[in-house]
Ligand binder design. Structure first.
Ligand code: NOJ
Ligand code: CA
Length: 564
């Protein structure tokens, strides 16, 4: 595998609105990120993904961009961003931004001009279609609810496509002029000194231009646009003549010449498609391994999802993908992001939450083969947050609530679904201390602070040797250490004890170096009859390792790494 500058780094996602507020307006900002660089450095972070900070009406918290060339005043200025890039460089850290180019905001100049002149050049930047007597052109349901088509303002029968909210019109990638605009903008940021991008909703770029109806999959008679996207990716058995045309061009025109790091939000890419998407010949450096966060999603609304992520299912998914990847590429390993519940709540039943369970999950994530990405607050074990219905902010939570009722669920069931699954769970302010508003802001925070902040916060965990935070630091040091960094980065991945329920074990091997990771991801003690001996225990989350003869006794949520 060709060595790349980003191999062996630790990624960290910052959701700027909730990270740290430097000026007391209740909204996290870029100077706030700057003030926390020492903290990120102390965690061993090498690559920071900043969720969107561009000018935006904030219908979807910045994933609706109204100007691709700036910084929203709520977050600071372009100079603040330049300062951030420079300060990070000094520390050997890399900044990547969010490239949101499946859609823009309806406030973007392009869309405003398209409204003025739908058949002129700007109209061609969007998917505008005649409706059927004032009704949408087809029955596609958007991902944030309702039809994926909205009437263009001032028009009786002309609609525009929006995969997400109606304030997020999709950009027409079939139009070369639009693509040129995107490449110009992408290169403008790369030339400014960022190291790459996280690519938002990137597998949505190719649309089914027959615009055929989808089979209805809900009481509203619509079919989720998700299915159409899925079909487009697999068209002709691969991506080469479809979305691949756009993605190769994007790579060739922007990413490759800058040696940029790219990580795709590519939820439609299953194991079979990985070779087309990642690695040296792939469209991107890597994509997120989404099984850990999406693997429990079953139906159209939150109420239908499994309440917890089954660790055995995650294990199988990991083993399957690692077998495909072998040694040609890395996936970006994640257990949470800004769109999902907190991993500590998704993977760990409430009564089992604690140091052992949270650190076991951390160990499994970071020691697998791949590029680990943490999400802010994960490193202190932040959990889902209890919300009153009126405290929710996220548009897709509100839509999911509405749709759950439409699907026949009761209000209580719908609210319970939101409590487990809402994106606001992980968007609550970062818990820096036990002071007012968890030390996030001196003003009034834009979103509720999780009431558990007096127990779960950075300051407290800085002071406790045996805290989750200090475990993460130890884990990251181990992952990047001179002695084990190579094997933990480039070593092969071999599944072990596959048939043992809730035992997640694997071997990492590089030349003579052989490490074995054993983890009991359950709340009960387990005996493991060892198939091969080891010479030394080199890393643990719990102090005592007990062995009786050939039996390794694994305490609840114990993680042990041995060397041969
Ligand atoms: C994926 C992002 O992660 C999510 O937060 C956003 O709502 C959609 N893409 C639309 O941009
Ligand atoms: Ca602020």
């Amino acid at each position: 595998m060709k060595r790349e500058w980003w191999h062996g780094l630790l990624g960290y996602q910052i959701y700027p609105k909730s990270f740290y507020d430097s000026n007391g307006d209740g909204i996290g900002d870029l100077p706030g990120v700057l003030q926390k660089l020492d903290y990120l450095e102390s965690l061993g972070v090498g690559l920071v993904w900043l969720s969107p900070m561009y000018p935006s009406p904030m219908v979807d918290n910045g994933y609706d961009i109204s100007d691709y060339y700036g910084v929203d005043p709520r977050f600071g200025t372009l100079e603040d961003l330049d300062r951030l890039i420079a300060e990070m460089k000094k520390r050997g850290m890399h900044l990547i931004l969010d490239l949101v180019v499946n859609h823009c905001s309806d406030r973007h100049e392009w869309f405003q001009k398209a409204i003025e002149d739908p058949f002129g050049p700007w109209g061609g930047y969007f998917y505008l279609k005649e409706g059927k007597n004032g009704c949408p052109p087809n029955n596609w349901r958007s991902l944030f609810g309702g039809s994926a088509w909205e009437k263009l303002p001032g028009q009786e029968n002309l609609f525009y496509l929006h995969t997400f909210a109606k304030q997020q019109p999709d950009l027409n990638w079939e139009n070369p002029a639009l693509r040129e605009e995107i490449y110009r903008m992408t290169n403008w940021w790369l030339d400014r000194g960022i190291s790459g991008f996280r690519l938002d909703a990137i597998t949505n770029l190719k649309k089914d231009l027959t615009w055929a109806d989808l089979p209805a999959d809900g009481p509203d008679g619509m079919g989720s646009i998700f299915r159409s996207i899925d079909r487009m990716i697999r068209r002709d058995g691969g991506t080469k003549n479809g979305i691949g045309v756009f993605l190769s061009e994007l790579k060739g025109r922007c990413f490759a010449p800058h040696d940029a790091f790219t990580v795709g939000e590519a939820s439609h890419v299953d194991a079979g498609l990985l070779p087309e998407f990642i690695g040296e010949k792939g469209y991107f450096s890597t994509i997120f391994a989404f099984d850990a966060i999406n693997g429990h999603i079953r139906g159209a609304c939150y109420c239908e999802d499994d309440p917890y992520m089954d660790p055995d299912q995650w294990k199988q998914d990991v083993f399957r993908n690692q077998a495909v990847l072998k040694d040609f590429a890395f996936e970006a390993n994640v257990v949470e992001n800004h769109d999902r519940p907190r991993a500590a709540s998704l993977f760990i039943p409430k009564e089992e939450y604690g140091f052992a369970s949270v650190t076991a999950l951390a160990g499994l994530q970071v020691l697998q083969r791949g590029l680990p990405f943490l999400y802010q607050g994960q490193e202190i074990g932040m959990t889902n947050c209890p919300f009153l219905p009126e405290e929710y902010d996220d548009l897709s939570t509100l839509d999911n609530y509405r749709y759950s009722l439409e699907c026949g669920y009761s209000k209580e069931e719908a609210l319970e679904g939101c409590a487990r699954m809402s994106r606001d769970n992980c968007r609550t302010p970062m818990q820096w201390s036990d002071g007012p508003n968890a030390g996030f802001t001196s003003g009034s925070p834009w979103l509720k602070v999780n009431p558990n902040y007096p127990e779960i916060n950075v300051k407290k965990q800085e002071q406790e040797y045996g805290s989750i935070l200090n475990f993460y630091r130890r884990l990251v040091n181990f992952y990047k250490s001179e002695e084990y960094g190579e094997v933990l980065t480039y070593g092969s991945f071999e599944p072990l004890y596959e048939d043992q329920e809730k035992i997640f074990a694997f071997r990492r091997r590089l030349g003579e170096k052989v490490l074995t990771v054993f983890c009991n991801f359950s709340g009960s003690e387990r005996f493991l009859s060892l198939k091969e001996d080891y010479s030394e225990v080199i890393f643990v989350n719990l102090p005592q390792v007990t062995r009786i003869g050939n039996n390794l006794i694994l305490h609840p949520f114990q993680l042990i790494v041995t060397e041969k």
